[in-house]
Design a protein around this ligand. Structure first.
Ligand SMILES: *Cc1c(COP(=O)(O)O)cnc(C)c1O
Length: 377
């Protein structure tokens, strides 16, 4: 068996034709034909009022933090088990991060612990849909409503995934997607923000266009284009959007491929889970996930180190994931863990992500599972 990488960026074949078209159009900056097509495709998938392509998932989170008017001294609640950008976006606006423990089953923020972490300074809650499996959004939105807080979904891993029939990213006030090379749909680097309230759309367009009303000017709604608010350069290039659109045009091609792989892993690893040797993924019944990830949880940190080495010795590149933010240098400086870290550190130390990408073959998955079974022999 040849070497199995952890990730291969998605490529369907139609990307090249789209990129050639962009070059021929002589329009390679943002908001051209393919940017608009991507925006529309995302609105179709999610039902959101407005999708705007951004340079990255990080940029989408930064835009959301500006839209939410986060100011120095504000507090923002999120899990510690997440990517640095979830926190950075708010730290950049001067906020203090309040980390809340995760649920051991989905590794998402434990919705039952959020309310205790709210203080008079709390401004927003940022649920992260880990592995494309939805957080308990009904509870989270209800808490937010009662305390007048903004909900920003970090749905970087959740494109084309659903909670109770609603697309991840479309449920809170803002949703943030990533199209990084490691995500289900990709443009190399890229992202999008979903604006779920009509009244925020105009300001979002301004923030994305360096704080100018350029979008309105191009639509002929104002006769001057000028500086009207804070903002930055968050607009995705047409070249990237052309690559991405090939995959968003029919998102089910990639989705079906990934789900097939995910289901195979789940079926083939079940005997090991049944024997209590490891835990496989849990997906709540009300969630349609997008097979962003297939992870297993082994006994402890030591066993993880050994199994990862065993996989590597057999040319399989599996990886662990987040080091909890509250244990990092910056996390300690910019945040506080609220309550007890019962699951965040423990669960993060025993998690292994197995190779999963569009085009991964059945015999490769069988080989990976065989190698894992050999480890437990
Ligand atoms: C990938 C990811 C991001 C950042 O996305 P980029 O496009 O790489 O900036 C943010 N949050 C989570 C949970 C992610 O998985």
């Amino acid at each position: 068996m040849k070497r199995i990488p952890f990730n291969v960026p998605p490529f369907l074949g139609t990307e090249e034709k789209n990129i050639r078209r962009v070059i021929q159009n002589h329009k390679i900056s943002g908001d051209g034909e393919f940017t608009k097509k991507c925006n529309l495709a995302l609105e179709r998938i999610t039902g959101s009022k407005k999708a705007l392509m951004t340079t990255s998932g990080t940029a989408a989170l930064e835009m959301a933090a500006i839209l939410a008017d986060i100011k120095p001294g504000d507090e923002v609640i999120m899990p510690s088990y997440t990517f640095v950008s979830t926190a950075n976006a708010f730290v950049l606006r001067g906020a203090r991060i309040v980390f809340v423990d995760i649920r051991p089953d989905t590794l998402n923020i434990d919705e039952k612990l959020i309310e205790q972490a709210i203080s008079p300074k709390t401004k927003a809650i940022v649920p992260v849909h880990y592995a494309g499996v939805g957080c308990e959004m009904d509870t989270i939105c209800d808490i937010a409503k009662r305390h007048n807080l903004i909900v920003i979904e970090d749905a970087a891993q959740g494109v084309n995934a659903f909670y109770k029939g609603r697309a991840l990213g479309s449920i809170g006030d803002y949703g943030c997607f990533s199209f990084h090379e490691t995500k289900n749909y990709s443009s190399g680097e890229g992202g999008a923000i979903l604006i779920n309230n009509e009244e925020d759309i105009e300001r979002a367009e301004i923030i994305r266009e360096k704080g100018t009303n350029r979008s309105k000017f191009f639509r002929g709604q104002v006769d001057k284009y000028t500086w009207v608010d804070v903002g930055s350069s968050y607009l995705q290039s047409e070249l990237n959007c052309a690559y991405l659109y090939a995959q968003l045009e029919d998102p089910e091609i990639i989705n079906n491929g990934r789900l097939k792989s995910w289901n195979m892993y789940n079926e083939f690893l079940k005997p090991l889970a049944d024997k209590g040797l490891m835990e496989t993924m849990y997906v709540p019944e009300n969630c349609f996930h997008n097979a962003h990830m297939y992870y297993i949880k082994v006994k402890n940190y030591d066993e993880r180190t050994k199994l990862l080495a065993h996989l590597k010795a057999n040319d399989i590149f599996a990886v662990f994931h987040y080091i909890p933010l509250h244990t990092s240098l910056a996390g300690q400086r910019f945040g506080t863990f609220f309550g007890k870290d019962e699951f965040t550190t423990n669960e993060s130390e025993r998690l292994i992500r197995l190779p999963l990408y569009y085009g991964l073959k059945r015999n490769e998955i069988e080989y990976i599972v065989e190698v894992i079974k050999n480890y437990y022999k």
